[in-house]
Design a protein around this ligand. Structure first.
Ligand SMILES: [Fe+2]
Length: 395
């Protein structure tokens, strides 16, 4: 009879068995979108009619969108330029109804996380005939789209540096009245192509530059300590944290610096690759009711509790020394100062009371924070009592 391996042997097997999968073709570099048509042709996605999604009017006003789209001489372009931020199921329903009649066979989503996520949602439901809002709502809850063909390629072109959506296989959709956040997720929703041009982030104002970079920092930290983390994930996450910590403060002082924009875009991409294989943990779970009910921007809502969870999870973090080194600190207690400095420098309030949250609301926030698959992914089991302490700490 063979004896069971010792715990040390289990660890070795886990490390040897580390698995990493990400099928997104990534094209990267400042100014790369000047050749967008050639890049898409070279990617063999076989596009004939493209639905182009954008949300940022500034992209259109600056003339950049026109320059991008003019490159498609022989392709039919359908432009939908009004994607809202943090889109709700009702908005997806209306946009699907409006765009379903168009003869498109691929999607280019150019914008922040909400635009990229809308591209994935439309691709997920393209094959389904839906005439009522309730049908769409149920399909999202039950993940019915997973039983249908999903064959519309999505080209993701981020104009912020933080979302990571260009390299993940899921999208977020909201029902704010019910204080609910849903994931539309399927391996077929990985974008066929991600085109990352740091030039597109040059016009981001101070607050958005900081909050989106903090979102990326959260993706990297949560991937690092996630139950699903492994050595490959941690290599991407560590590099991401290092790039963001070393360069973000300088960028906040010098928003027109392309070199610093490029480093933060790179940090965001690496964070995206890291958490594409782990999903998120407690910080993202808590953020959803904060965004749904109090409109706290995503990047701020996720990073308000980062230092607290770094401390809570400290005993369960693998390769902790490398993480501290990437954060530029000697011990975990210093992390709070590092993160708070970013908030202060970018003039972003970071206490719940700054956003109109009342002390008596904390119970409700806790009730809406327990998202299975994300909260369970935190290395330390999170109880309601622990969450209460965290929320009181950031009140
Ligand atoms: Fe996020």
């Amino acid at each position: 009879m063979r004896s069971l391996p010792s715990p040390a042997a289990y660890t070795e097997v886990m490390l040897l068995g580390a698995c990493f999968y990400n099928p997104v073709r990534i094209v990267w570099g400042p100014g790369i979108t000047d050749s967008i048509s050639n890049i898409i042709t070279d990617s063999n996605l076989g596009v004939r009619g493209i639905l182009v999604l954008t949300g940022r009017k500034s992209l259109e006003k600056s003339g950049k969108l026109g320059v991008l789209l003019n490159q498609f001489k022989k392709t039919e372009i359908f432009l939908y330029n009004d994607i809202p931020s943090n889109p709700e199921i009702s908005e997806l329903y209306n946009i699907k109804a409006e765009t379903d009649k168009l003869n498109y066979d691929s999607i280019i989503a150019i914008g922040g996380g909400s635009v990229l996520d809308m591209g994935k949602c439309l691709a997920a439901f393209k094959g389904m005939h839906i005439d009522k809002y309730n049908e769409l709502e149920l399909s999202i809850i039950n993940k019915d789209y997973q039983n249908y063909d999903i064959d519309i390629p999505v080209v993701a072109i981020p104009t912020t540096a933080g979302t990571g959506s260009e390299v993940t296989s899921w999208a977020t959709i909201w029902d704010k009245k019910k204080c609910k956040k849903y994931s539309v997720e399927d391996e077929r929703l990985y974008p066929g192509l991600a085109i990352i041009d740091p030039m597109l982030t040059m016009s981001l104002p101070l607050g958005l530059t900081a909050s989106t970079a903090l979102d990326a920092l959260s993706h990297a930290l949560e991937a690092y300590w996630s139950k699903r983390s492994n050595e490959i994930v941690r290599i991407y996450a560590q590099k991401s944290i290092e790039l963001i910590i070393k360069n973000l403060n300088n960028l906040l002082d010098d928003l027109n610096n392309l070199d610093l924009r490029t480093k933060i875009a790179q940090g965001s991409l690496y964070a995206g690759l890291a958490f594409s294989n782990t999903k998120t943990t407690a910080c993202h779970c808590i953020s959803y009711p904060l965004t749904a009910k109090y409109n706290i921007p995503h990047g701020i809502a996720v990073s308000m509790t980062l230092a607290q969870f770094l401390n809570i999870n400290r005993e369960f973090i693998m390769d902790k020394r490398k993480l501290l080194c990437a954060l530029g600190i000697e011990n975990i207690k210093e992390a709070e100062g590092v993160i708070n400095n970013i908030f202060i420098k970018s003039q972003i309030p970071f206490k719940l009371s700054d956003y109109g949250v009342k002390k008596e609301d904390i119970g409700n926030i806790i009730e809406n924070s327990f998202i299975p698959d994300r909260m369970d992914n935190n290395p330390v089991k999170i109880t309601k009592e622990l969450l209460k302490r965290v929320l009181e700490d950031i009140y």
